[in-house]
Design a protein around this ligand. Sequence first.
Ligand code: M6R
Length: 613
Amino acid sequence: MCGIVGYCGEKNAAGILVEGLKRLEYRGYDSSGISVGFNNKLTVIKKKGKISNLQAAVPKDLPGTYGIGHTRWATHGEVNDLNAHPHSDSSGKISIVHNGIIENYIALRKKLTAEGVEFITETDSEVIPHLISKFYDGDLEKAVKECLKHLKGTYGIVAVHADEPCRMVGARNGSPLVLGIGEGEMFLASDVTAMMAYTKQVVYMEDGDVVVVDKTSFRTTDIRDNERDKQISTVGWDIGEMEKDGFPTFMEKEIFEQPQSILRGMKGRLDIDQGTAKLGGLNMTNRELRMVNRVIILAAGTSSYAAMTCAYLLEKIARIPANAELSSEIRYKNPIVDPGTLYFVVSQSGETADTLYAMRELQRKGAKVLGICNVVGSTIPRESDGGVYIHSGPEIAVASTKAFTSQLTAMYLFSLIMARMRDMSMIDGKKIVEAMAKLPDDIETVLKLNSHIKDIADKYADCHSFFFLGRGLTYPIALEGALKLKEISYIHAEGYTAGELKHGPIALINEVTPSVFLVPDDSLREKIISNMKEVKARKGPIIAVAVEGDKEVEDIADDVIFVPKVHEVMYPFVMVVPLQMYAYHTAVKLGRNVDQPRNLAKSVTGARMPASA
Ligand code: M6R
């Protein structure tokens, strides 16, 4: 989604802003722009398309040591230079960048037009600079606060004024905004990645904050001038983690990072002696955990498939009724909150609007909601009632890979804790702990299959439709495999539980529709093999992901990807990685933009309701 970066300091602002915007590219965007202040004048440059278009349009020697930049993902008005941010008032003295949606912009636009203001864009955001201008009497902070009182909707905003050099005013309500504190320079951005090359000292803004920043200081208040205390945090990862490190794409790099990211997520959390795990952030006593009689896990997209896998696991090993629900459904469904139910929300970004608002809706009804998130300091971990960071490290590719296996890791640890508090013996617990500890090595083994998987992906890259089929714990993995293929290769793919095939979808099986079967060595293996035979009988090509040495599967399938034998509940890990690689190689073969697939954004912050709604 849209990205914001603002800078004030001693250096050339244009270069820093464009570089910051490049760091935000991964969020998805369709146009970009900057506004730089110098000699009581703001120079605004905006371009449709890639940031390279903007970079080409920005003069190398553009003077100015403060300014703002934006990557836009169109919501109101078509994608063109004019609708790109920053937006300005009629005098050109004020520039703003805005993430979010101004819900009452039509009424405001009408009112301002009647007062003589001329609008030049189709955006909701353009009302902001005009309102600030209306209230401006020499104090940008005051004018911004006055403007905010008239806005309904969501925003992360940064504003600058040509007559107030090296000063930025930022405000947050529903869209992330972070302050970066450097040596004689300050940053405001929607995401720490934009400023990581310069500072790791950050302050996360909360909804309702207004922050005024100059080169060396900042002050945070609410809209009515009441001071708000802020804590400075240190970002726990390095800029190097945001580089491709010799890989052609971030997605491939992130797939190959999984042995380390899974290990990081388990570090210090496995209790080998007791055959259980420790998760400090749950903020719940053992007694409270024992009282839980149901678990509901909410998420969207890939995170929802991690949630679903873990709901299966919780029922299987901890014998607790558990469900995964789509946050976009729960959010509007008036959920029934039961006091014995523990709720989780799972989100890589910690900013997904559907998940965030579903969480708030549940909390409003008295639920305790724990977060499973990756991005430290994002909104969900800050507003949830506790939770676990997955420590995946920055995930830049739009298609989620390493965050998925890290989400599984965190929720497997939780499931193990719950299982050991109930039915599971220490011996069985120890087996799971050992199997988890071995996962990084097992994933390394799977990664060595890269060129074999590439060959298979190349072979079927011209097919127009795929099925992905699993059962039990690997059913959500089939769904994830289909989603991965869809989102980066644009090939139609459907994930199903293999048992459902004969209830309808089998009508689509023919010689040119491959089915990818997941065949773990567990109690459902025989059932899946029967489903493979149903497909074979209808001449459907079969790609199987099976366990090393499974001759029977090898004989039925046209192509096989053999993964190592693991504990029966660990197959989701070793089977999802080949599916990620499969989707990746197919997309590369088809010449797709793997890291930034069409129409998608990394963090779907969409239209939002403010916290107070
Ligand atoms: O940041 P989140 O985990 O909340 O994001 C949820 C989905 O938007 C995300 O998983 C999406 O489906 C990805 N594009 C999957 O690769």
